[in-house]
Design a protein around this ligand. Structure first.
Ligand SMILES: [Zn+2]
Ligand SMILES: [Zn+2]
Length: 373
């Protein structure tokens, strides 16, 4: 593989000074370091950057490279493919490179933290989900301790700044790096555990934990139209934040019991309605139960077959957070009688005579086609 020009690799002009060389290298190294960049090219790219930097940062090698190109670095005193010298202090280089990137775990410990979100499951009856309901919920959550006002110190004592780290929460160590000069590494302070403060007399109620597990009763308004899996967010009803951070949210997750008769599909209600043979044949006005607990009338035309559907608009589930309701979809099921009294049996026999062996709707040649004529 042909080697790329080192200046091109680092994206700098040939007359760049050491300072801009270093800047360019750092920028690219942060971008392509295999710990950060997981693309397959990153590893190769990173080695290329590192090699270019090591050559151009060495006055002798740079002079040789400027005069003879890559050929000037071959052989004695030139650049070899052994990167071990270059990689030996990479550990500290990258500690330095990444310490400024704001990903350090100890650092965030001192910053206000938002409280955790909580989840409570609630089981509703079919009707409660359809029409909404006010529910009392028992929610255990962490709240700021009322005895110490969330400081963790027994009143009237107070929290004091950690003398080991002077409140920084970390101990900084300076080292000399051959590549970058002074390198600063930080480790969490063991005296205060990284919090930067010490509590000489911990609060007797929360034992210095600042927050307490409290069982709260919340009144939750469940809106009409919720369904299985609906999440209701109660802003700020989660756990208390830390170091002045805001509280988390509470999510109420809904489970709905199924109904004996009605089946829900989004905002529509399905109902299977049994009718008798006479109603289906002659047509009839039949009673239909609604989810409101009322009775509606439905006109079934003469000759209604089983499986035919009818729609009653606006008799479904109220839409969540907007007006209007879904529909009720009624599927007719024609029930063939099984327990006829003698009089009914006689009437059916009379009826049968008039039908003969003809079945309405049966296609002509039905049997012929099955038995091949
Ligand atoms: Zn400390
Ligand atoms: Zn307390």
């Amino acid at each position: 593989m042909e080697k790329r020009d080192y200046y091109e690799v680092l994206g700098i002009p040939r007359d760049s000074d050491k300072n801009s060389l270093k800047k360019a290298f750092r920028k690219l190294a942060q971008q392509y370091h295999p710990d950060v960049n997981k693309t397959p090219e990153a590893d190769v790219k990173f080695k290329e950057i590192n090699e270019a930097y090591q050559v151009l940062n060495d006055d002798q090698k740079r002079a040789a490279y400027d005069r003879f190109g890559h050929a000037g670095l071959q052989g004695a005193g030139g650049f070899s493919n052994d990167f071990s010298g270059g990689f030996s202090d990479l550990g500290s280089i990258f500690e330095e490179l990444f310490s400024g990137m704001g990903t350090g775990g100890n650092r965030s410990r001192r910053q206000p933290r938002r409280g955790a979100d909580l989840r409570v499951d609630i089981k509703l009856t079919f009707e409660e989900a359809v029409f909404g309901v006010d529910k009392e919920l028992e929610v255990p959550r962490l709240e700021n301790c009322d005895h110490c006002s969330g400081t963790g110190a027994e009143p009237p004592t107070t929290v004091v700044t950690c003398s080991t780290c002077n409140g920084a929460g970390e101990i900084q160590r300076r080292q000399q790096s051959p590549l970058f000069g002074t390198v600063i590494t930080a480790t969490p302070c063991t005296t205060c555990g990284g919090t930067g403060e010490v509590i000489p007399s911990p609060c007797t109620k929360c034992r210095g934990q600042k927050r307490l597990q409290v069982k709260r009763t919340l009144n939750v308004k469940i809106p009409a139209g919720v369904d299985e899996g609906t999440r209701i967010r109660l802003v700020g009803e989660g756990e208390a934040g830390q170091l002045g951070g805001p509280p988390g949210n509470l999510y109420v997750v809904v489970t709905v019991q199924s109904h004996q008769v009605f089946v829900r599909d989004q905002f529509d209600i399905h109902l299977e309605l049994p009718v008798n043979v006479a109603q289906a044949t002659l047509g009839a006005t039949v009673k239909v139960p609604t989810i409101n607990g009322e009775i509606e009338l439905l006109e079934i035309p003469a000759g209604t077959q089983t499986g035919r559907t009818f729609r009653k608009r606006g008799q479904g589930i109220p839409h969540l957070q907007r007006s209007g309701r879904g529909d009720m979809i009624i599927t007719v099921r024609v029930v063939v009688p099984t327990n006829l009294n003698p009089e009914q049996k006689e009437l059916f026999r009379e009826l049968a005579k008039t039908f003969g062996d003809e079945t309405p709707g049966q296609q002509k040649g039905f049997f012929d086609r099955i038995f091949g004529g």
